[in-house]
Design a protein around this ligand. Structure first.
Ligand SMILES: *[C@@H]1O[C@H](CO)[C@@H](O)[C@H](O)[C@H]1NC(C)=O
Ligand SMILES: *[C@@H]1O[C@H](CO)[C@@H](O)[C@H](O)[C@H]1NC(C)=O
Ligand SMILES: *[C@@H]1O[C@H](CO)[C@@H](O)[C@H](O)[C@H]1NC(C)=O
Length: 298
C-alpha cells in the first residue's frame, strides 16, 4: 500500500466514522416514502423535471423526463462532465434499472465499483420516464459527489432507446444541460423579496467576447461608465446575465470600482485580456471589489 493509497484509506475511515455518527444523529430515518417531495426544479421546461427531499442522511429524487429511453442526473462542482457523479436509469419492460456512474472526461460514463443508489421505483408511460431513487448525502465513495449546503451543478441528459447491455449508456446525447441548484438549502422564489417600484437595473455586458481555444482560462477586462446619479442610490441586488448555452464557459465575474479620474477614451474601448499590454494602465488602479459572482450563484 503506497503512501497516497494509505492516506486515501485513512480519509475513507474518517469518512465512514463521520457517516456512522451522522446516521445516529439522524432521528428520522427515510422510509423511502416519496409522497412528500418538498423541493423541485425544471431542468428543461416541458421535458425534464426533478423533485427531491432530504431526510436525515438521505436525499430522495424523482426525475421525470420526456423519453422512453434512459435518463441521467449528475452532480458536478463546475458544470463540466469530467469528475462528475452521474446516476443513470431506465425502465425496460416494467423492470427499473438505476445505476451509479462517474465520468472522467467528456466521454461515456463508467459504472462505479461501489453502487450507492437505492431504487425506489420507476415507470415509463410511453411518453415520460419517471425514476425514483435515493442515496446518502455522503456515500464515502470517491466517485460520488458529497451533497452539501453549497451549490452544485445538476447535469441532466436523456436519450431515446434503452442502453445496450453490452455497451452501457452512450455518451452522445443531444438532450442535455446543466443547472445550478442548492439541494439542501434552496432559495425559494417566494422567499425572494419583491423589488421596490422605483428600482431600476443597469446591465454590464461583455458583448461578443471571443474565448480563445489555446488557453484554459481567459480573464477579460472591460471598462463601463455608470450613468450620472442624482443623489444617493442603493445597490440592492446583483444577478448574472449569461447567454443561454454559455453557462459552462463562465466561471466568475467581478466588478471593481474606479475612484480616480479615468482617461475617458479607455472606457469606450472594446475590452481585452486582463493584465496584458492591451489593458489600459488606468484600469490597474481600479481595485475596489464592488460585487462578485461565481458559478452556482443566483
Ligand atoms: C405520462 O407521465 C407524464 C409525467 O408524469 C404525464 O404528464 C403524462 O400525462 C403521462 N402520460 C400518460 C399517457 O399517462
Ligand atoms: C479546441 O481545442 C481542442 C483540443 O485542444 C480541440 O479538440 C477542439 O476541436 C478545439 N475547438 C475549436 C473550436 O477549435
Ligand atoms: C487616453 O487613452 C488613449 C487610448 O488608450 C490614449 O491614446 C491617450 O493618449 C490617453 N490620454 C491621456 C490624456 O492619457
Amino acid at each position: 500500500m503506497g503512501a497516497t493509497e494509505c492516506f486515501r484509506w485513512v480519509l475513507k475511515f474518517i469518512c465512514i466514522l463521520l457517516a456512522t455518527y451522522l446516521n445516529r444523529a439522524a432521528t428520522v430515518q427515510d422510509s423511502g416514502d416519496v409522497s412528500l417531495f418538498t423541493l423541485h426544479t425544471a431542468l428543461r421546461d416541458g421535458d425534464y423535471y426533478v423533485r427531491w427531499k432530504v431526510n436525515g442522511e438521505y436525499i430522495t429524487f424523482e426525475t421525470t423526463a420526456r423519453t422512453t429511453g434512459y435518463v441521467a442526473l449528475g452532480f458536478s462542482t463546475n458544470g463540466g462532465m469530467a469528475g462528475s457523479d452521474i446516476i443513470i436509469g431506465w425502465v425496460n419492460d416494467g423492470e427499473v434499472i438505476i445505476q451509479d456512474y462517474h465520468a472522467i472526461g467528456e466521454e461515456q460514463p463508467l459504472l462505479d465499483e461501489s453502487q450507492d443508489v437505492e431504487i425506489l421505483g420507476g415507470t415509463d408511460n410511453g411518453t415520460f420516464t419517471t425514476l425514483r431513487f435515493r442515496r446518502k448525502l455522503e456515500t464515502c465513495d470517491d466517485n460520488d459527489c458529497t451533497i452539501t449546503e453549497g451549490t452544485v451543478r445538476l447535469l441532466w441528459a436523456f436519450r431515446d432507446g434503452d442502453p445496450d447491455p453490452a455497451i452501457g449508456p452512450q455518451y452522445h446525447v443531444t438532450n442535455r444541460g446543466a443547472k445550478s441548484a442548492y439541494l439542501l438549502n434552496p432559495v425559494k422564489k417566494e422567499d425572494v423579496e419583491p423589488l421596490p417600484d422605483d428600482t431600476y437595473a443597469i446591465d454590464i455586458i461583455n458583448d461578443k467576447v471571443h474565448i480563445q481555444n489555446k488557453t484554459d482560462t481567459t480573464y477579460w477586462c472591460q471598462g463601463f461608465k455608470l450613468p450620472e446619479f442624482n443623489g444617493i442610490h442603493h445597490l440592492i441586488r446583483i444577478e448574472p446575465i449569461i447567454q443561454p448555452g454559455h453557462e459552462a464557459l463562465i466561471h466568475h465575474m467581478n466588478v471593481y470600482g474606479c475612484y480616480h479620474d479615468l482617461n475617458q477614451t479607455d472606457l469606450h474601448l472594446k475590452g481585452g485580456v486582463c493584465n496584458t499590454d492591451n489593458m489600459p494602465d488606468d484600469f490597474k488602479q481600479c481595485k475596489v471589489l464592488i460585487m462578485g459572482w461565481a458559478f452556482g450563484g443566483e
